[in-house]
Design a protein around this ligand. Structure first.
Ligand SMILES: Nc1nc2c(ncn2[C@@H]2O[C@H](COP(=O)(O)OP(=O)(O)OP(=O)(O)O)[C@@H](O)[C@H]2O)c(=O)[nH]1
Ligand SMILES: [Mg+2]
Length: 445
């Protein structure tokens, strides 16, 4: 008998309803105790009042009973939909604990679903990330993975490796003689194909990390070029202080905004220049860190002033830190008389950041949409990426023994590859890894 767990499944805050979820052998019994009614038909919504242990009315609720194994966790589950807000859901949660449930740990419902065979790890990871999806496209990919698309891909790869292994078994027939050369070549061709598929998936997954985790966009430039004005224009309200005094922004400012179908983080930074002031120096260090942490860097230059050493410093910085990042170089303040000339800079856009920034919004959308890709399979966690890398390494190591006809070593590496691949959906016993993974989920999930 497992203990029965309970948690508030909905977000903490004011909303029209909240849901308390209970899972385990005593779920139904707890619902009966709280509601003082006996009959709950599985999967029917039952209007029911709920009382605490002192018999005081807490709320009028809808109770749904899912009889195991036909539930998310495959155990008996009860969901109580109560009125939203801070107090009611907490009171009902407390009543479930008084009636014998234990407070669930983060991710414990999903963990039970996994252990009871309802979902595999790739599906559990997709569910956890879907809740925090940062773009509509990411949500689409995750929804598919939640329904098992990654699992199918892994099974295909697994089958392909097993097929190669079986193929090599044929060689036993040739145990006494050398392998026919064309057989070796056929096996090599199959390994090549598999390796290329894994590599493509790995590269596509890495390049789309911004899509999954939410793009980070840093605005950089020397003091007073209009960085904070640009942030405010993108947010559509005066978030950051804007002034004609150079050095107005002292620290990085981060804000979330939806651009097209993407929820992105924009970071306004302290202007970069030689600073004597300690606080300004720290601000500038943070600006440099902001560049390193971002996927897209917007570099601003002030067209109304002559190019100077501070601008040149920004150019050098971009050269040093801009690899692997999308860069948008902007000539700002084009409404003022123009004094800027520079042959080495190619501007992507010209703007008046106090007025209309729609061109920049379009440009950002283009860059982010580009990473959507097609229906390709995506690896969505470090764990999955590491498993595919390990699979590839084992395939790499299988070539040589194949060539030298050391078939035991060849089989060993391919068997390892199968194990690594399978670990994406069902790892071998590794409690610590599972605890860490499910521990990062939301409460009630
Ligand atoms: N005419 C004009 N003025 C602008 C434009 N963009 C910003 N400004 C003005 O330039 C000054 C500096 O703008 P900020 O947005 O504070 O510049 P910043 O880059 O954040 O400056 P620091 O925080 O000091 O690094 C302010 O007086 C703005 O009103 C523009 O496109 N045209
Ligand atoms: Mg500023």
């Amino acid at each position: 008998m497992t203990d029965t767990i309970s948690a508030i499944a909905t977000a903490n805050g004011i909303g029209s309803i909240s849901i308390i979820r209970i899972s385990g052998d005593r779920a139904l019994q707890i619902a009966q105790a709280l509601s003082k009614r006996q009959n709950f038909s599985p999967r029917y919504a039952t209007l029911s009042t709920i009382y605490d242990k002192e018999n005081r009315l807490i709320d009028e609720t809808i109770i749904i009973y899912f009889k195991g194994p036909n539930s998310f966790t495959a155990e008996d589950v009860v969901e109580i939909q109560c009125h939203g807000g801070f107090i009611v859901a907490q009171s009902i949660l407390k009543a479930t604990l008084d009636a014998g449930a234990r407070l669930a740990n983060a991710g414990e419902f999903s963990k039970r679903a996994f252990f009871n065979g309802r979902i595999d790890l790739s599906e559990a990871e997709a569910i956890a990330q879907l809740i925090e999806a940062k773009s509509e496209d990411a949500a689409k990919i995750l929804a598919k993975q939640m329904k098992g698309s990654l699992k199918e891909f892994i099974e295909e790869v697994r089958d392909a490796i097993i097929h190669i292994l079986a193929y090599s078994e044929v060689t036993i027939d040739y145990a006494e003689e050398d392998l026919p050369q064309d057989l070796v070549e056929q096996i090599q061709a199959k390994l090549d194909e598999l390796y290329a598929l894994l590599k493509k998936t790995l590269i596509a997954s890495k390049s789309r990390q911004g899509l999954m985790q939410g793009f980070r966009v840093a605005i950089i430039g020397k003091p007073n070029v209009g960085k904070s004005s640009l942030l405010n224009a993108l947010l559509n309200y005066n978030r950051a202080i804007v002034s004609e005094i150079a050095g107005t922004t002292r620290d990085t400012i981060e804000e979330q905004v939806k651009i097209g179908t993407h929820l992105i983080k924009i970071v306004d930074t302290a202007g970069i220049r030689e600073a004597n002031d300690e606080i300004e120096k720290i601000g500038i260090q943070r600006s440099l860190a902001a560049i390193q942490e971002s996927d897209i860097v917007i570099a601003l230059f002030d067209a109304s002033r002559e190019l100077d050493d501070e601008d040149r410093k920004i150019v050098t910085l971009l050269e040093e830190n801009g690899q692997n990042k999308e860069l948008i170089v902007i000539k700002n303040k084009i409404d003022l008389p123009q004094n800027f000339s520079c042959d080495t800079l190619n501007f992507d856009l010209e703007l008046n950041s106090k007025d209309d920034v729609s061109l920049l919004v379009e440009k950002l959308e283009d860059i982010m949409d580009k990473s959507n890709g097609s229906d390709e399979i995506m690896l969505i966690s470090e764990r999955q990426i590491a498993a595919v890398e390990a699979t590839m390494k084992n395939i790499e190591e299988a070539y040589e023994p194949l060539e030298f006809q050391e078939l035991e070593i060849f089989s060993f590496h391919l068997n390892e590859a199968v194990k690594e691949m399978a670990s994406i959906t069902r790892p071998f016993e590794n409690d610590e890894m599972l605890d860490k993974m499910f521990g990062s989920f939301c409460l009630g999930k």
